[in-house]
Design a protein around this ligand. Structure first.
Ligand SMILES: NC(=O)c1ccc[n+]([C@@H]2O[C@H](COP(=O)([O-])OP(=O)(O)OC[C@H]3O[C@@H](n4cnc5c(N)ncnc54)[C@H](OP(=O)(O)O)[C@@H]3O)[C@@H](O)[C@H]2O)c1
Length: 216
């Protein structure tokens, strides 16, 4: 199953976000939104293996928050329903962060701009906070901070980075074999439950990559 999660398009998205878009350097502090999902768990585990400093994640339930700190290797995590994102992030990362891997957009993107340090980078992965709420209010971004702190906000599509696949295998497979890397997965049984599984993922019912297992 790792070929569908940490070694597949999900893992490649996390790897490209950290290495090619954010260009993470050892010791840098990283915030990941949607941290308990497929891309988010891979991003946290990869960031740790790449030598990141403090890792902060956000997710949608207290159980996921606990999972992030107890299993995935995040140093701090918060439930984004628990208050204004800017306040929750400031409490979890009082001295700021260098890199933001943004899976959700929306309010958390605005909060992260406020928390990024000089020459901070945002890897814009996705906007799931707005897929089901197209009428959501526009994101409030501190444009002045982007200039004064020389921030870089860059979106990307993993389909433009297929050439990084072998590099991902070289990086991740030895860690999988040694046990330093674990694939986080939620498995749903039954080919006929594909639609249920997809909707479950959109509603936050998954931890790690959601997979559908077809019979035996
Ligand atoms: N750029 C690319 O090439 C690329 C490639 C793959 C994926 N993506 C994007 O990356 C993101 C993550 O994808 P994934 O496949 O790993 O999915 P995922 O994170 O495993 O699943 C989606 C998660 O989004 C969270 N969510 C749902 N509604 C939300 C809301 N209103 N605000 C914040 N979080 C919400 C839920 O977790 P909670 O319980 O934490 O809310 C849910 O588990 C998505 O935005 C996806 O479109 C982009």
């Amino acid at each position: 199953t790792a070929y569908l999660s940490v070694l597949g398009g999900t893992g490649l998205t996390a790897y490209v976000a950290l290495t090619r878009v954010a260009r993470l350097r050892a010791g840098e502090d990283v915030f990941v939104s949607g941290a308990a999902g497929g891309v988010g768990t891979a991003a946290g585990r990869f960031a740790r293996l790449l030598g990141a400093g403090r890792l902060i994640g956000s997710a949608g339930t207290p159980e996921k928050v606990t999972y992030l700190t107890e299993h995935v290797g995040y140093d701090a995590a918060f439930d984004y329903h628990a208050g204004p994102a800017a306040e929750l992030l400031a409490a979890a990362a009082p001295t700021g962060v260098d890199v933001f891997v943004d899976n959700v957009g929306g309010e958390q993107l605005g909060a992260a701009i406020g928390a990024l340090r000089l020459r901070g980078r945002v890897a814009r992965v996705g906007t799931i906070s707005q897929y089901n709420t197209p009428d959501a209010p526009p994101v409030v971004l501190d444009h002045t901070a982007v200039v004064e702190r020389r921030l870089r906000i860059e979106g990307f599509l993993v389909s433009d980075h297929r050439d990084a696949q072998e590099e991902l295998y070289d990086f991740a497979v030895p860690h999988l074999r040694s046990g330093a890397l674990t694939a986080d997965e939620t498995v749903i049984d039954g080919f006929d439950r594909i639609v249920d599984a997809f909707l479950l993922m959109l509603r936050g019912g998954n931890t790690g990559k959601i997979l559908v297992r077809k019979g035996d």
